[in-house]
Structures are given as structure tokens and as C-alpha cells.
Design a protein around this ligand. Structure first.
Ligand code: PGA
Length: 254
């Protein structure tokens, strides 16, 4: 796990964006795993400002709420359309279908699709409870794409996008931890103090279902990009590990 600590959230987003841009550019074909939530918004802005050529890139998103149609204002389909796809054309874009009549069958279809495409690089955020995508604490480490019930803390965290807590869906279709681990490369971005505890577990705890992101320690190609606030609880261990392992600790200069 290569850990980079930037001075500000914007620097962290810039580093992650630059890494993604480097990987995409000059390739004939690329499969990019995308995420929703607040974390990638700044990066998607950079895609747009740069008018990054994604015409050869197929995107696959991590998850979608069950019960919301692709047109629903709070669906992840709409989020991606409004934040990125409307302005940056991709070759093809895929998300799980939240209003599929049989969500289990839809999860199985999506798993096959993602496996067959083969993700070159997956962008991830992390939840305050250590979830990645909607793999909540307790999710089996070998889970494939599945239907999951959201925890109350996740629904609370995502409530800001909805009028009322009751409107936040209770279930979602999400890539599983094993699906995510199958990506060739993973870039996880976390910014802000409220992510510090989850980040500390991700980096310092032994892999455990209690903190799903700890599974990323077992992936050979993970880059974690943090700002100082998100790294605040593990600065010492990052510095210590820097001398022994492939962990780097640096600050972007103005
Ligand atoms: P956030 O969510 O980017 O909105 O903080 C991340 C997540 O829950 O995975």
C-alpha cells in the first residue's frame, strides 16, 4: 500500500487525478472504475476542466441504490451524468440498475459484466465506518457484487443528498470486496478529519471484516491519497513504515 499525504484536500484530488490521467492517456482501451459521493467530485471537475479524452475509456461504477430509477435525482446514474458524463464522453458507461425487477439477478449480471471487462484502475472513497463501495462492516472479504442493506450510519452520512432521512434508500447493489480486489490497480482518496479513524484502521489494523477497507492491504497495486486531516491519526506509523516498506510520506509544496 503506497500512501501519499498531501497538504490540502485539493492537492490530494490533484495527485489522484494526475495518476488516473497518466494511466488513461495513450492507451488504446481502458476500463476505469468510478465512485460517487463527495470525494470524487473535485476530481471529476478536473476531468472536465482538462477536457480529458475518455473516448477510449469504458467506465464501471461501484454501486447504485435499490429502488431508484436511472432518472431519479439522487440516483448514482444521475450523479455521474451531471458530474461527469454530460461533459466528458466515455466509450461506454455502466452502473448497476437500481430499479431492476430482480435485484439479485441484476447483481449477478453486473458481477459478470465487471469480471468480463476487467477493471484496469478502480477509484475508491472510504466511509467513516471503513466501508468501500457499499461493503459495510461485516461483509465477507470474498463477497462478489451483491444486494446489501445500508447501515444507519451510512444512511445518515448520505442524508445530505436527500430531503429527509426516510428518503435515503435502505438497500443498494454494490460491487463486492472480491470484485474490487480484482482490479489491476486501486486508487483510494480520503480527505477530512471525519475519515481519520477509518484511514487509521485501513493502514494499521490487521485485515478484518469490522473495517472492510483493511482488505486493501492484500492488494499489490494500491495507492492511498490523503490530506493531512485524514492522515492525522496515523502520521507516526506512516513515517516509521516509510523507512522499511514501500510507503512514502510527503507534503506537496505550494
Ligand atoms: P464520501 O463517501 O465521498 O461522500 O465521503 C465515501 C464513501 O462513503 O465511500
Amino acid at each position: 500500500m503506497n500512501v501519499l499525504v498531501a497538504k490540502t484536500a485539493n492537492d490530494a484530488e490533484r495527485i489522484a487525478y494526475t495518476l488516473i490521467k497518466e494511466r488513461i492517456s495513450g492507451k488504446h482501451d481502458f476500463v476505469l472504475g468510478l465512485a460517487t459521493g463527495s470525494t470524487p467530485v473535485g476530481m471529476y471537475q478536473m476531468f472536465k476542466q482538462d477536457a480529458l479524452d475518455c473516448s477510449h475509456v469504458t467506465s464501471v461504477n461501484l454501486d447504485e441504490y435499490i429502488g431508484l430509477s436511472p432518472e431519479h435525482p439522487q440516483s448514482y446514474h444521475r450523479f455521474m451524468k451531471e458530474r461527469l458524463f454530460d461533459e466528458v464522453p466515455f466509450k461506454q458507461s455502466h452502473l448497476p440498475q437500481g430499479d431492476a425487477p430482480d435485484p439479485q439477478a441484476e447483481a449477478a449480471r453486473y458481477e459478470d459484466l465487471v469480471r468480463n471487462l476487467g477493471v484496469d484502475l478502480q477509484l475508491l472513497g472510504i466511509g467513516e465506518n471503513g466501508h468501500i463501495a457499499f461493503n459495510e462492516p461485516g461483509t465477507a472479504l470474498d463477497a462478489k457484487t451483491h444486494v446489501t442493506e445500508l447501515t444507519e450510519s451510512t444512511r445518515e452520512a448520505n442524508r445530505r443528498f436527500f430531503d429527509r432521512l426516510e428518503d435515503v434508500p435502505t438497500h443498494a447493489i454494490t460491487m463486492g470486496l472480491d470484485t474490487i480486489m480484482n482490479a489491476r490497480e486501486i486508487v483510494l482518496v480520503a480527505t477530512g478529519e471525519r475519515k481519520a479513524e477509518a484511514v487509521q484502521h485501513m493502514i494499521e489494523s490487521v485485515p478484518t471484516v469490522d473495517w472492510p477497507a483493511t482488505i486493501l492491504q492484500a492488494h499489490p497495486g494500491v495507492t492511498v491519497v490523503l490530506d493531512g486531516a485524514a492522515a492525522s491519526r496515523c502520521a507516526e506509523s506512516l513515517q516509521a513504515r516509510g523507512q522499511e516498506a514501500a510507503t512514502r510520506f510527503f507534503t506537496i509544496r505550494d
